[in-house]
Design a protein around this ligand. Structure first.
Ligand SMILES: Nc1ncnc2c1ncn2[C@@H]1O[C@H](COP(=O)(O)OP(=O)(O)OP(=O)(O)O)[C@@H](O)[C@H]1O
Ligand SMILES: CC(C)(CO)[C@@H](O)C(=O)[O-]
Ligand code: BAL
Length: 281
């Protein structure tokens, strides 16, 4: 596996690969890889000739007081796991490589970034779209792989790709869960055993909501209340948001009569977890 820290060196290497006709699949990550990330890498390896994985904990998508400094990192383990999953090139730039002095260009998707996580984390998606845009320019992939776990991120990136006529196919991969249903996340390591035990309520609440819709529930407000009540029964849970939105434009729905996204963010102690489920009626 090739490992690059330098943008120009990796660009030259990938240019050669492209000249040989190789199709490039790209998996952007913030590292501390788990089965969720590995599922993206494995899929990219099946669908492309060359798989590039980036590991960059992007400071510009963390707000002040968020967990940038303590975000979990284990580069040796990431190298081993990504190689085993089928990565051919690892891109691990330093902060100065990505944001040299004088850096001053941002890419912003409006509206879609103003709800859900965008509301609770002002500036977060500006950081995400800016860094993903940069990474797309550096890697120039044919396909880029993102997890449905970050549902809003997927929709925002699809919008950016469309609006800016970018030649990359965005491939969305299903949420990978722990055996008990908790969505895998690098941040799960922050949870103590009590918090970890209670966090399973998120998956249970999403399943409950799906069942209610399947049984005929159409009132989004009533369902949202039921989800909130179920989560609040866990003493360590602190709800950031529970939302039932249109699966395409992320606008809050009143009546559930088409494809909806049930999305939530809940804190357990200091750890903020997100999860979601798409339900079609
Ligand atoms: N459980 C999962 N299932 C599928 N894809 C996932 C999962 N967790 C993360 N991903 C995807 O992996 C990519 C990189 O995500 P990232 O490095 O932020 O990991 P993460 O575990 O989601 O971290 P965190 O939850 O701490 O933000 C994103 O496209 C994300 O959606
Ligand atoms: C896409 C991403 C790698 C950009 O930093 C990040 O937001 C993530 O890991 O989902
Ligand atoms: N997966 C989204 C990265 C973040 O929480 O900053």
């Amino acid at each position: 596996m090739e490992i690059y820290k330098n943008i120009q060196e990796m660009k030259s290497y990938l240019k050669e690969m492209r000249k040989e006709g190789k199709k490039i699949g790209f998996v952007p990550t913030m590292g501390y890889l788990h089965e969720g990330h590995l599922s993206l890498i494995r899929r990219a390896a099946v669908e492309n000739d060359l798989v590039v994985v980036s590991i960059f904990v992007n400071p510009r998508q963390f707000g002040p007081g968020e967990d940038f400094e303590r975000y979990p990192r284990n580069i040796e383990q990431d190298i081993r796991l990504s190689q085993e999953a089928g990565a051919n090139v690892l891109f691990i730039p330093g902060i100065n490589e990505m944001y040299p002095e004088g850096f001053n260009t941002y890419v912003e998707v409006k509206q879609l970034t103003e709800t859900l996580c965008g509301k609770s984390r002002p500036g977060h998606f500006l950081g995400v779209t800016t860094v993903v845009n940069k990474l797309f320019h550096i890697v120039n992939p044919d396909r880029a792989y993102f997890g449905q776990k970050d549902a809003q991120q997927v929709i925002v990136i699809q919008r950016m790709v469309k609006d800016l006529n970018m030649d990359v196919e965005v491939v969305v991969c299903p949420i990978v869960r722990e055996a008990d249903g908790l969505a895998m996340s690098s941040r799960n390591v922050y949870l103590n055993s009590e918090e970890r035990g209670q966090a399973i309520v998120l998956f249970h609440a999403l399943n409950m909501a799906k069942e209610r819709i399947e049984q005929g529930e159409r009132d989004a407000m009533r369902l949202k209340k039921q989800i909130e009540m179920m989560i609040q029964q866990q003493p360590l849970a602190n709800i950031d948001y529970v939302s039932i939105v249109d699966g395409e434009n992320l606008e809050e729905v009143k009546e559930i009569n088409h494809k909806v996204l049930i999305a939530l963010a809940v804190k357990f102690g200091t750890t903020r977890l997100i999860d979601n489920m798409i339900v079609e009626v």
